[in-house]
Design a protein around this ligand. Structure first.
Ligand code: 13P
Length: 254
């Protein structure tokens, strides 16, 4: 069985009061459903609150970004040690919004990946092509480049303890979901890329799809053979939507 997972990425949304309602609702909605691994990636100021509400539950929590540096004069940054202090389990690295808006390149993403793993925090490595890249037919090249930058830095074995999230940039927050076939094609490509070198590692690699996943399309997407759950933006802010999406990710035999 390959681990199926649903993670919420709240992005820059939330408030103390709203988060409590959301997390309490998610916990209540998932009570008794223990077949699904799910979690939330929250803004830094709310990590403590996530820890307080979620500790001891089946819902894991983490951050949306982390510094590649251990400590020092990096105003505004947060280190893996700080995330570790709070008991974070996961951290997103290389989200397309970090790459596009904050100029994170492949090398920086790889450094963040390594820093997180070294601290015992599971990196959720985000990859994906822009619309322009898809239209130029270079989706596979882009995704391969993004992944191999990490493999070159961290080594192939490092992929045993991470999750990959394929998020086509053109499908993020646009309401335009990749069709299950379009997503499956890229997921199969990603798995195939590593299968050549280590079949077992590739079989066990959890690859999430992200980009306008909703309760209404989650079952179909997650039923594809190489899609192991989702990384959810907008819909993770709605209790019913997020709970339904989590329930749509059922364990899959490989
Ligand atoms: P949406 O689900 O809002 O399209 O966002 C996807 C995403 O970027 C998750 O990281």
């Amino acid at each position: 069985m390959r681990a199926q997972m649903v993670l919420g990425n709240w992005k820059m949304h939330g408030s103390l009061v709203g988060n409590k309602t959301l997390l309490d609702g998610v916990l209540a909605g998932l009570a008794g459903v223990d077949s699904v691994h799910c979690g939330v990636c929250v803004p830094f100021p709310y990590l403590f609150q996530a820890q307080f509400i979620l500790q001891g539950s089946q819902v894991i929590w983490g951050a949306q970004n982390v510094s590649q540096h251990e400590k020092g004069a990096f105003t505004g940054e947060v280190s893996v040690g700080m995330l570790n202090d709070l008991g974070c389990n996961i951290v997103l690295v290389g989200h397309s919004e970090r790459r596009a808006i904050y100029g994170e390149d492949d090398a920086t993403v790889a450094e963040k990946f390594v820093a997180a793993q070294k601290a015992g925090i599971k990196p959720i490595l985000c990859v994906g092509e822009t619309l322009e890249e898809r239209e130029k037919n270079i989706t596979a090249d882009v995704v391969k480049r993004q992944l191999l930058a990490v493999v070159d830095k961290a080594g192939l074995d490092a992929l045993k303890d991470c999750v990959v999230a394929y998020e086509p940039v053109w499908a993020i927050g646009t309401g335009k979901t990749a069709t299950p076939q379009q997503a499956q094609e890229v997921h199969a490509f990603i798995r195939g890329l590593f299968a050549e070198k280590n079949a077992e590692l590739a079989e066990n690699l959890t690859i999430l799809y992200g980009g306008s996943v909703k309760a209404s399309n989650a079952v179909e997407l997650f039923s594809m053979p190489d899609i192991d759950g989702g990384l959810i933006g907008g819909a993770s802010l709605d209790i019913n939507e997020f709970v339904s999406i989590c329930k749509a990710a059922q364990p899959k035999a490989v």
